[in-house]
Design a binder for this molecule. Sequence first.
Ligand SMILES: NC(=O)c1ccc[n+]([C@@H]2O[C@H](COP(=O)([O-])OP(=O)(O)OC[C@H]3O[C@@H](n4cnc5c(N)ncnc54)[C@H](OP(=O)(O)O)[C@@H]3O)[C@@H](O)[C@H]2O)c1
Length: 310
Amino acid sequence: MTAILLTGKNGQVGADLESLLPQLGSLAALDRSQLDLGNPSEIRRVVRQVHPRIIVNAAAYTAVDKAETDEKVAHAINADAPAILAEEASKIGAVLVHYSTDYVFDGLKQAPYKESDPTNPINVYGRTKLAGEIAIRQSGVPHLIFRISWVYATRGQNFLLTLLRLATQHKELRMVRDQTGTPNWSREIARATVSVLQNVSRESNLLSSLEKFSGTYHMTAPGATTRFEFAQVICDELTRASTPPAWVSAATSGPLIVQRIDPITSAEYPTPAARPLYSVLSSDRLFSTFGVRLPEWRVQLLGAFDKADR
Ligand SMILES: NC(=O)c1ccc[n+]([C@@H]2O[C@H](COP(=O)([O-])OP(=O)(O)OC[C@H]3O[C@@H](n4cnc5c(N)ncnc54)[C@H](OP(=O)(O)O)[C@@H]3O)[C@@H](O)[C@H]2O)c1
């Protein structure tokens, strides 16, 4: 019997989970061509065939702006598919690990959001992700929903790689300063996930432990920053790195040439989807329940520069 079924193995978090999850047991890691979450009967067939003890759903519709005009598809992947995964997991006695987002909040709070704070998404992506959370909770399956935020990896499409590319192409950049959140390296999210599952399994039987701990947990680094400050810190890191790591060279078109980064407001950089202005999450519950805490966001970024190639 396969222990773990992972969806979305080519995503940022999915790729790091694919490397780390085998610590917990045999892994069936699937990409979109092997399991299309837009196809309900395929989801049911694959779950029944693999028959895992744990389903880790790292796949999602993550194109936040595109979702505004593609709500049906975003809802199918972010809400309907998790509902089916939860239903099928229940039937075979498996547990479901799922990721959600800081974008379930409206960003009007001025202190880190707790799991108990009311949700109120302000864009389609956030609404579909919240619908996925609700469906999982209502299914009654033992589950862990980890809300994560501002994810970057050393591959794929994300703020870190875009900024590095722009900073090696332009002398002046403009970055939004009125959006506050917490960046997280996909590898740290994967590490924290594995640590939680290890700690839970240590308790006793995974299923009965998860029945006890089942719920929603914020899983982000301590600290907060703005897009503007994050961009500056990324450039500082690149300047500090005497030999840039291979992933940086692959993402850039030469040395850093940016000389100035100007702060702007979200209103000066309109996007199809509104972003919450404040989406810092408190991860205290994750620590008090499982003893797991992510490194501070700057430490994570340092790790990506220094250790990602290893
Ligand atoms: N990125 C962030 O800043 C962020 C922030 C908060 C929460 N999250 C949540 O964290 C989780 C992981 O995000 P991520 O950044 O790793 O996302 P990602 O890099 O965009 O990866 C998502 C993966 O889902 C796959 N996928 C999309 N549609 C699919 C379908 N119909 N069937 C099967 N697979 C499909 C994609 O496949 P392809 O490779 O074929 O496109 C991709 O590999 C998601 O639940 C996301 O909502 C992300």
